[in-house]
Design a binder for this molecule. Sequence first.
Ligand code: NAI
Length: 308
Amino acid sequence: MKITVVGAGAVGATTADNIARRELAEEVVLLDIKEGLSEGKSLDMFQTATLLGFDTKLTGSTNNYEKTAGSDVVVITSGLPRKPGMTREELIGTNANIVKGVAQNILQHSPDAILIIVSNPMDTMTYLTLKSLGLPKNRVIGMGGILDSARFKTYLSFALNCPPNDIHGTVIGGHGDTTMIPLTRLATRNGVPVSQFLDADTLKKVAADTMVGGATLTGLIGTSAWYAPGAATALLVESIVRDQKHIFPCCVYLEGEYGQSDICLGVPVVIGKNGWEEIIDYKLNEEEQAAFNKSADAVRNMNNVLST
Ligand code: NAI
């Protein structure tokens, strides 16, 4: 198994680190446009192999796509991150050119790769990649919902004063501060609906905190987060390379599912060796479906910016 991570910045390097530590591949290639950055970071990470006890080889590449040849999975994190006060959507122009160019180069050397899109605005970048390269829909997956769900579960665990791993919770819809939909009704603590423990106002606050979870971190750190994004991306990679068939909320191309078509948006999907394999219908209630439709409208407007 060979995995390439494009972008050796905060999220890309953390993703590669998580992949290597868990030995998800024989080799991880880290590629960046900045001279020496990917070589330096991958060498630094590879020097932890004997300290942490993994054998995955890490290789750096300054924009040389030949080194990525034959990759099974490719994670694209290249592009600008947001700064405090910025929305993910403001990154669109710059990141669209970067993501499209990177994906074209990748496919020349790894025509069968499954692509994971992380760069923001992620829903639009996923749609752009799928449409501009004409790939089979199952091989293009946007990562956002796994991260947003992890944040949702964290805020629920704070409110419930319980371990985060006791909680199940999912965030669907777009990966934006106003477009994501934490599914409070379906969240559980050890199988019991969280609404049995928390009142409506607290649940609303948890959902609101989740939605601005990324912005909160950007405000604190000064740039966007990387530990949870890297861990979330590696979890997605793991389900592909180990064919685990986990259900994760991921940004995928919809053709009528959840009432939407010709758009990439976050829905629960089964993830295995072929990429995303099946969309799971959570049977949204009226209010949730209305929120999903509103989210789709906002993401569609963003997609249209690229075609105008
Ligand atoms: P960063 O600035 O630390 O790293 C980005 C890297 O991309 C830089 O090292 C840069 O040199 C490289 N790059 C730029 N153009 C390139 C090109 N043409 N080819 C190869 N490499 C190129 O940024 P960070 O924090 O790693 O974030 C990366 C992206 O991921 C941003 O767009 C950010 O908004 C997004 N993000 C998405 C998340 C999600 O859940 N989908 C979560 C967190 C960040």
